[in-house]
Structures are given as C-alpha cells and as structure tokens.
Design a protein around this ligand. Sequence first.
Ligand SMILES: Cc1cc2nc3c(=O)[nH]c(=O)nc-3n(C[C@H](O)[C@H](O)[C@H](O)COP(=O)(O)OP(=O)(O)OC[C@H]3O[C@@H](n4cnc5c(N)ncnc54)[C@H](O)[C@@H]3O)c2cc1C
Length: 407
Amino acid sequence: MSRQNTARVAIVGGGILGCAAAYHLARAGVGDVLVLERDELNAATTSQAAGLIGQLRTSAVKSAIVGQTLADIATLEADGLVSGFKRTGSLRLALTPEREAETRAQVAAARRFGVDATLVGADDARRLAPGLEVPKDHPAAWMPNDGYAEPYTLATAYATAARRGGVTFATGREVLGVRVAAGRARGVTTGGGEVDADAVVIAAGAWSGVIAARAGTAVPAFPVRHQAWVTAPMDWLTPTFPVVRVPDRLAYLRPEVGGLMLGFFETTPLGVDVAARADFAVAATPRDRDVLTAHAPGLMEVIPGLGEAPVVGGTAGVPTYTPDGHFVVGALPGVAGLFVATGCCAHGIAGAGGVGRALAEAVTGEAATLDPGPMAPGRFGAQAWDALWVRVACEETYARYYELVRR
Ligand SMILES: Cc1cc2nc3c(=O)[nH]c(=O)nc-3n(C[C@H](O)[C@H](O)[C@H](O)COP(=O)(O)OP(=O)(O)OC[C@H]3O[C@@H](n4cnc5c(N)ncnc54)[C@H](O)[C@@H]3O)c2cc1C
C-alpha cells in the first residue's frame, strides 16, 4: 500500500471514472496524482458492468463523451495495452411506429454528431444478428463502430497508462473526509494519515455524495441497483453476434462466453441509500430474479433462441443516476479546489474517456473540449440539497431509461 502523503491532485475512488480521470490528468501533464482506493481497483460497480459502448445518444455532448472513450481505446491499444474492447457493432430495434420515429430521429442526429449510424431493414438485421425475430415494418439502427468492453480490463488499461504517466495508486486506503480550510480543499484524511493536495477529485461511485456531504457540499446523484444475467452457451449464437438493444422490452444484450449477457431497466427501481448503510458493499447488492422472470418472456419474442439456455450467472451493482440523465463532472459549488466525477447513469464504462477528459480540463483550467454545461455539478442549484427530491428524480431517470425521446 502506498503511504504517499502529498500530491498535486488526490482522487478518491479507483473505479473506472477515477482511473480515467487520473489517465487524462497525466496526459494533460499532471502526473503528480494520488488515487486513493479503499478496496482493490475496479472491484466495485465497475467490475459488475455489461460494458456496452454505444454512441447513439440523445445529445452531441453525450455522443462525444463516448467518442472520447473509443479514441482512448485506440490510444491504449496503440500503446500496447489490452483494452478488452470488442467492436461487434450494435443494433437498436424498434418494435412500434413511435419507436421507429425515435430511431429515425436519433440516427439522423447521430450522423450530425459524426457517428457512423444507419437504418437497416429486417433482413439486414437478421443477417447481422442471426436468431433475431425483428418486425418487417420497422427499421433498426445499426452502429458498426459500437461494441462492448470487458469493464475490468478497460479500467485496468486506464490505470496502467496512468501509472506510466506518473500517477500513484494506493489501494486499501480509505478516505474518511476532505480537508477544507478557508473554503478550499487542502487534501483528504485517510485511515493512514492526512494527504495534502492542491485539488481533490471525488470519484467514489455510489459513495460520492457521502464524501461530498462531509465536505459541506452536495452531489446531485443517487445510486440505483442495476442487474444483468448471463445465459449458458447457445449453439445458434454466431461469433460475430453484435450488441442488441430492445428499448421496447427495456432490454439490452451482448455476447458472453458463448452465451448472452442480458440486462433490463426495472420499472420499479431500487434506490440504495449507502449513506444510511455504513456496511453496504457492492458485492452485497440485493439481486431480484423476479425482474428476469417478468421481462424475459417479452425479450424471447424477439430472440426465441433465448429459451434454450438456462441463466447460469449474473452481476449487480449500484451505478449512480442523476435527475436529468447527464453525468456530474467538474467543480463542486461551495468548496474551491473540490471536483467530482460521477452520475454515470449506467454508462460510466462507455463514458469513461469523456468524463476523464472533462474532469482533467476542469482541474487544469484548460479550454474545455466537451461542453461542460450539461455536466456541471451546480446545474440544479439549491435542489441538489433536497435529498428526497434528488433520490426520487434519480430513480425516475432509471425507470425512464428507455422511454421514448420525443423531439
Ligand atoms: C449490471 C450493470 C450493468 C452495467 N452495464 C453498463 C454498460 O453496459 N455500459 C456502461 O457504460 N456502464 C454500465 N454499467 C455502469 C458502470 O458499471 C458504471 O457507470 C461505472 O462502473 C461507474 O464507475 P465509478 O468509477 O463511478 O464507480 P465504482 O466502480 O463503484 O468505483 C468507485 C470506487 O470508489 C471507491 N470508494 C468509495 N468510497 C471510498 C472512500 N471513502 N475511500 C476510498 N475509496 C472509496 C470504491 O471502493 C470504488 O472502487 C453497468 C452497471 C451495472 C451494475
């Protein structure tokens, strides 16, 4: 365990967002960074993710955030690191006229954002993903450059590259609080002593709000349980099977060791108040098989072969959500030198690159590459202090994840 006690920047949390922030700080020339992780790196929600990396987003900035991750993956691989990324392409299906209208609008917008996206008919969708029963009357969106990353591998690649840039990672080192004097963050207090730093970044996933509250500020994000399931291998699955999203079934899936990994966005979300549960660990996230039982039949209408394979495993964790579905990245109001990177809304793997870069630009004061407005931690004003409002709004964001976007 590193006992380093000074750094220009101290980062609280070594999940993918902390690792990507450290990487981008190092790339911006700030290698004097200390990442403090109380457990092992990337052992919390990051290790539970499905890792889908999709660029079809509702705004140019969200799309660019994911584009930065894909650019990082290319750089990491060029530097000899294994990113865990599989460029399978992704299909997004429309099962209703309303969803078709949304899909058409999203594809048109994505093209304006520079994303390679196109509409494909049922025959092409079946050719790309043999085994799909897609309706003839509604085209699907196809993004050939999308895919998924094995999340632990990608996060480890970020950490390794950050280390090469001078960053130090201290595992087994819990941050108890942020040291604030005269309205400015001066470092953090850990179980192993005090750390002096010019800037502190909270990237503690579900615990980000807890640490910010101890420093006298508020993070507009709340953790909500999310689960995924893994099936046994199925003979009919081709090696090139892509990521498939079926928003009308609140579902997504991707290949996983010869079978499929499936996730559903629950209509009655389970918020997890980690502040009220001091002993909560991601590994103990409650699992609810009723969610699978309720949603699988609808998905099987689209992928009948799913019925052939038993579910043999799964994952669960507590990603943070925000009232408007955007990340929370940048300077926290009220305490100078205190920053945050959270509010992943279940796409922190896909968004790690853009979040890391935006965070690094906020800390260094460099010109922003990505519009910081939609991610600004202070964008909800005083409402961020209303814990009940934040929780309810974040649970609603989860429940509406695949709701139709009307323009
Ligand atoms: C089932 C499931 C499927 C998902 N699928 C996808 C997907 O397909 N695509 C996608 O992009 N995202 C997906 N996600 C979301 C993704 O996992 C998250 O967005 C991402 O992992 C968030 O990373 P993080 O670094 O913010 O949090 P975490 O990985 O939780 O990291 C936070 C770290 O902070 C540490 N920490 C907390 N408190 C302290 C403290 N006081 N001192 C020191 N360290 C501390 C924790 O130990 C932890 O390691 C999924 C999530 C789940 C659960």
